[in-house]
Design a protein around this ligand. Structure first.
Ligand code: UDP
Ligand code: MG
Length: 313
């Protein structure tokens, strides 16, 4: 199969028929073999009935329905598990992403050899103050922190090789960082394509301004787990030791002061409280490191690697 198109959706009943017929039109022009995997993320409207109806007319359309709303990441993850095409393309269900981009996104994977190509909504039709400006800021920070040079990390329209989607796990709200997950998994050829963006025709947006706060928190987690996930003690142990020793040095100074000068007051010195805090903080960090090690040593994937090739085995 040439292409799997994975579409997460939550309450998008009005858009689905138009979206599927548009995709079908584009794909038929290029004669690709394909499947459209619609992942209904616990919609409360008639989205699933609409999907069943579309499936009756077009057997390339497949559907997965969640019992409740688990979020876009979960929907993408299930879609990725089910996908069997050589190239996997994701897009939003709300007609904001144009299916006309599909052939070029596929070509960049197949001919230019990219592992992942991310869309860039250069001209964007969303609310300027709640989305466009914060998104520019978010992307600039994310570029610096992750060194993944994309202008629009969270664009719903992306294409992947099959290997990438089978190698990564999208969980929590990590759908914003799929290129970073791919990079951490060792896929380095990450490309970008300017894509057409359209105003939302039906329904309403599912993400508000909180996305940016959650986005930054997730960004720090992903970088931390990427670097120290398998060796938490190297982080907590280092800072625990530093804090403990600084606390110890200050304590020594206080003890010597007390022994040498008889009128040396201890408890009204800021240094006393600083020393106390640092000693406690240091040992707590160290303990957190031990707990982290216990958890990561017992994790079933502690020794699972992505093997690129094997020879003679
Ligand atoms: N979506 C989803 N589960 C959710 C929230 C959103 O599957 O919990 C889908 C939604 O139906 C759409 C895509 O994710 O297909 C992007 O959502 P939306 O268009 O609301 O985001 P925006 O374009 O405003 O950033
Ligand atoms: Mg949208």
């Amino acid at each position: 199969m040439d292409i799997s198109i994975v579409i997460p959706l939550f309450n998008e009943e009005e858009s689905l028929p138009e979206l599927c017929s548009w995709i079908t039109k584009v794909i038929d022009e290029h004669r690709f073999s394909y499947e459209i995997i619609l992942v209904d993320d616990g919609s409360k409207d008639c989205s699933w009935e609409v999907i069943e109806k579309i499936r009756r007319e077009n057997h390339h359309v497949k559907g997965i329905k969640f019992q409740r709303n688990y979020g876009k990441s979960a929907a993408l993850n299930e879609g990725f598990k089910a996908a069997s095409g050589d190239v996997v393309i994701t897009m939003d269900a709300d007609l904001q992403d144009s299916p006309d981009e599909i052939p070029e996104l596929r070509r960049m994977i197949v001919e230019d050899g990219f592992d992942l190509v991310s869309g860039w909504k250069k001209k964007r039709y969303d609310n300027t103050f709640t989305k466009n400006i914060p998104s520019k800021f978010f992307n600039a920070v994310a570029r610096r922190m992750t060194r993944v040079q994309l202008h629009d990390l969270n664009c719903g329209l992306k294409s992947y090789t099959k290997k990438v989607v089978k190698s990564i796990e999208v969980y929590g709200e990590m759908h914003r960082f799929i290129p970073v997950l791919a990079k951490l998994a060792g896929f380095r050829k990450i490309g970008e394509k300017i894509v057409e963006h359209r105003p939302r025709k039906y329904g309403t947006t599912k993400f508000g301004w909180e996305r940016f706060i959650n986005g930054f928190l997730d960004l720090t987690s992903i970088l931390f787990v990427g670097k120290f996930g398998k060796r938490p003690m190297h982080f907590f142990g280092l800072w625990g030791t530093v804090a403990f020793f600084v606390g110890l040095l200050i304590s020594l100074y206080l003890i010597i002061g007390k022994l040498v000068f008889t009128d040396f007051a201890l408890t009204n010195r800021p240094a006393f409280y600083l020393a106390l805090t640092l000693l406690i903080l240091g040992s707590q960090l160290f303990l957190a490191g031990f707990l982290g090690e216990l958890i990561s040593r017992n994790a079933p994937e502690r020794n699972s690697y992505l093997i690129e090739e094997k020879l003679g085995l």
